[in-house]
Ligand binder design. Structure first.
Ligand code: MRU
Length: 333
C-alpha cells in the first residue's frame, strides 16, 4: 500500500502479512477510498487464509468468517469493503477442494477483484468523459483518483480520461477538510497527469458557481442506496446543493459495486464518525488553532439526496433519474 497519510511529501510503500494489520491500515487511512479499501480487504482475507492453521476446509472457513468480521469493522460507510469480504467468503463457501487449494483460490480472487477494479474504472471514465466539454471548469471533491482505487480512479478518472482525449479542462480541487484528501492527494495526482487545477477551500464553490466559473461538479461515492441517494465524503451534499441552486450538473461516479441494493434510502447508510482529534489538531504557524479544551464532531461522510444528483457515471453507462428504474435497464446490458 502507498502510505497515503504521508503524501505528497513522502512516497512510501508499506507491506502487510497479517489481516489485522490490513484492517488497521484501512482504519488509520494508510489506504482510503471506497474501491481501494474493498480491494485491500480482499487481500486481507486472502492473508487470513494463509495465517490460519486450519487443516480442514470447515475450520478454515470459520477463521475466514472471523477475519471478515474484523475487516468489515475497520470503516463502516464504504460498502465496497463489505462487498469484497462477502464476495471472498461466498467464493470460499462454494469452493470444493482441500484447505490449501482454497487458500490459493482466495489469493487469486483478490487479484481478480483488484484487476477488475482498474478495468471498471476505465470503462466508467470513458462514459463520463463524454459528458465533459472542452473548456469546462470542474469542481471535484475529496480524492477519487488512482490512489482511491486500485488504479485510474472514478470521478478523477473521468477528468483524467477527458484530459487524455485532448479536452482543455481545469479542476477546482476542494481541499476536503479535515484529512485534506483534495489538497494533498488530488492535487498530487493532477500534477502527475499535467491537468491544470486550483485548490479551493471547501466553502468556496458556491461563490465560484455564482460567478459563472464552474460548468460541472463531479464526486465519487462510498455507498449508494437503492433509491439513488449517495453517501460520499463530508461536504458533497453542500456542493450538490450549491450546484442545484445554480443549475450546474452534479455527477457521482462509482462502480456498481458501490450500490447497496439492500438499503432502500440514504438515511439508512451508516455514517462513520471519526475521532475529534482529526479536526482539533489542525495547526497554523506551527501552533494548534483550537482552544486546548475545544470539542468537535467529525462526520466523515454525508448523504446527498438523489434529487440533487444529475446522473450516475458507472461502468454500465451514464444513468439518469429515476435511478431505480434506469439502473435495472442498464444492468441487463
Ligand atoms: O474517507 P475517505 O478518504 O476514504 O473517503 C473517500 C471518499 O469519500 C471518496 O470520494 C469515495 O470513496 C470514492 S473514491 C473513488
Amino acid at each position: 500500500m502507498i502510505d497515503q497519510r504521508l503524501l505528497p511529501q513522502d512516497f512510501k510503500i508499506n507491506s502487510y502479512n497479517r489481516y489485522q494489520d490490513v484492517a488497521e491500515a484501512i482504519q488509520t487511512m494508510v489506504i482510503r477510498g471506497a474501491p481501494a479499501i474493498g480491494a485491500a480487504a480482499a487481500f486481507g482475507l486472502a492473508l487470513a487464509g494463509f495465517q490460519s492453521q486450519a487443516s480442514t476446509k470447515e475450520a478454515l472457513l470459520q477463521d475466514l468468517r472471523e477475519a471478515g468480521e474484523h475487516l468489515k469493522k475497520a470503516r463502516p460507510t464504504a460498502v465496497n469493503l463489505a462487498w469484497a469480504v462477502k464476495r471472498m467468503l461466498r467464493a470460499a463457501d462454494g469452493f470444493e477442494g482441500p484447505a490449501d487449494k482454497l487458500r490459493e483460490h482466495l489469493q487469486n480472487l483478490a487479484k481478480e477483484i483488484a484487476d477488475e477494479d482498474v478495468e471498471i474504472n476505465k470503462r466508467l471514465s470513458e462514459f463520463g468523459a463524454a459528458l465533459i466539454e472542452d473548456g469546462d471548469h470542474i469542481v471535484h471533491h475529496c480524492n477519487t483518483g488512482a490512489l482511491a482505487t486500485v488504479d485510474w480512479g472514478t470521478a478523477l478518472g473521468v477528468i483524467r480520461m477527458a484530459h487524455e482525449q485532448g479536452k482543455k479542462i481545469h479542476v477546482f480541487v476542494d481541499e476536503t477538510r479535515p484529512r485534506l484528501q483534495g489538497a494533498r492527494l488530488t492535487a498530487w495526482e493532477l500534477e502527475q497527469y499535467g491537468i491544470p487545477y486550483d485548490i479551493i477551500t471547501d466553502g468556496s464553490s458556491g461563490y465560484l458557481m455564482r460567478k459563472g466559473l464552474v460548468q460541472k461538479v463531479i464526486f465519487g461515492a462510498d455507498r449508494v442506496a437503492a433509491n439513488g441517494d449517495v453517501a460520499n465524503k463530508i461536504g458533497s451534499y453542500m456542493l450538490a446543493l450549491a450546484a442545484y441552486d445554480n443549475g450546474i450538473p452534479a455527477y457521482s461516479a462509482f462502480p456498481i459495486s458501490t450500490v447497496d441494493f439492500e438499503l432502500e434510502r440514504g438515511d439508512l447508510i451508516p455514517i462513520e464518525e471519526r475521532e475529534a482529534a482529526e479536526v482539533l489538531q489542525l495547526q497554523l504557524l506551527g501552533k494548534r488553532v483550537t482552544p486546548e479544551s475545544a470539542s468537535a464532531r467529525n462526520f466523515a461522510f454525508d448523504v446527498t439526496p438523489a434529487r440533487l444528483i444529475s446522473a450516475w457515471i458507472t461502468e454500465k453507462g451514464v444513468i439518469y433519474p429515476p435511478f431505480k428504474v434506469n439502473l435495472k435497464a442498464a444492468m441487463v446490458n
